[in-house]
Design a protein around this ligand. Structure first.
Ligand SMILES: Cc1cc2nc3c(=O)[nH]c(=O)nc-3n(C[C@H](O)[C@H](O)[C@H](O)COP(=O)(O)OP(=O)(O)OC[C@H]3O[C@@H](n4cnc5c(N)ncnc54)[C@H](O)[C@@H]3O)c2cc1C
Length: 311
């Protein structure tokens, strides 16, 4: 079977770049396709403080640069600004990846690492202050907001879990939800509401996020009385859902009800030769350390697949 590459990796975030280090080092001819710019969600993070080995922290940009350099060092070809539009498994078992610019590339195996994007809060201030107090990851950014009042938006498991995580840092948490109860697991809710720092604000939505260089406050509106109220907060953690970037392959592979790919522990999808990992998939947590591990496993599984043997 003649193909352009041994492995094509779709998505140049941490999962895809980790996979590329391993496939490149295994001397597999590798192409990484990234539709925007390398780094994925982490590239704009102002500080990564919890990635093991970086005791002084590192910016998302520097982390990404080092990652791309590492992938290139082992021979991976990397292309930015040209996304995958369609993936087809051909009769002889190879894959064709059609790209946004109208060209196509082929490979014997494909690793899917398209990640996910947060559901946006469509309010003034969201874009301007994203990364400057507006966050979608308490585990990542929580430690920057010690002893200050914050807001948490949402009412599902993520909101309550991440809100609970913030109890150790924040002086007060306004927990804003559009309903009159949280929909997270009962035990999580009980623990969360037990904290004197947590002030639930029921039946309310955020209407605006204020601030110039950093978050200074929010305006909320009651869905019952229609009255508005201002809260001075230093951060707004928003957990109103994530959207996996899985549309490209939803008809090829198994997904859960939210569209996240279902893979086994070897990062195999149900299609032989098609692997996936990272935030695109159903995972217990979504952090750099574990998505990097997914990329590594996907690469090694692809290598074994190409050798024609299974674990
Ligand atoms: C604000 C923020 C801060 C964070 N901080 C931390 C932290 O401090 N520590 C930590 O451990 N974790 C942190 N995280 C979590 C971490 O960034 C994610 O777990 C990680 O980026 C997931 O990597 P991924 O490669 O699976 O997906 P993503 O990062 O989502 O990358 C996927 C990539 O695929 C590309 N893509 C999508 N579709 C296509 C297509 N069709 N063709 C080609 N390319 C495509 C996207 O453009 C993107 O670049 C943070 C997340 C956010 C949002």
């Amino acid at each position: 079977m003649n193909t352009d590459y041994d492995v094509i990796i779709v998505g140049g975030g941490p999962t895809g770049l980790a996979a590329a280090v391993y496939t490149g080092r295994a001397l597999l001819k590798t192409l990484v396709i990234e539709k925007q710019f390398f780094g994925g969600q982490i590239v704009n993070s102002f500080a990564i403080d919890n990635y093991p080995g970086f005791a002084d922290g590192i910016t998302g940009y520097d982390f990404t640069q080092a990652f791309v350099k590492h992938a290139k060092r082992f021979g991976a070809e990397v292309r930015e600004g040209n996304g995958a539009e369609k993936i087809t498994k051909e009769a002889d078992g190879h894959f064709t990846v059609a790209l946004a610019d109208g060209s196509a590339v082929t490979a014997k195996a494909v690793i899917l690492a398209m990640g996910r994007h947060p559901r946006r809060l469509e309010v003034p201030g969201y874009d301007k202050l994203f990364g400057k107090g507006v966050s979608v990851c308490a585990t990542c950014d929580g430690a920057f907001f010690k002893d200050v009042p914050i807001a948490v938006v949402g009412g599902g498991n993520s909101a309550v879990e991440e809100g609970s995580f913030m109890i150790r840092y924040a002086s007060e948490i306004k927990s804003i939800h559009r309903r009159d109860h949280f929909t997270a697991q009962k035990i999580l809710i009980e623990e969360y509401l037990h904290s004197p720092k947590v002030r639930p604000v029921w039946n309310s939505t955020v209407e605006a996020i204020h601030g110039e260089k950093e978050v200074e406050g929010i305006r909320i509106r009651s869905l019952q009385t229609d009255k508005t109220e201002e809260f001075p907060v230093k951060a707004v953690f928003i957990f109103i859902g994530w959207i996996p970037n899985s549309a490209l392959v939803k008809d090829m592979v198994d997904t859960d009800a939210d569209g996240r790919l279902i893979v086994n522990e070897l990062m195999e999808t149900k299609v032989p030769g098609l692997f996936a990992g990272g935030d695109l998939c159903v995972r217990p947590i979504y952090q750099l350390a574990n998505v990097v591990a997914d990329g590594v496993q996907a690469a090694i599984s692809a290598e074994k697949y190409l050798e024609g043997k299974k674990h």
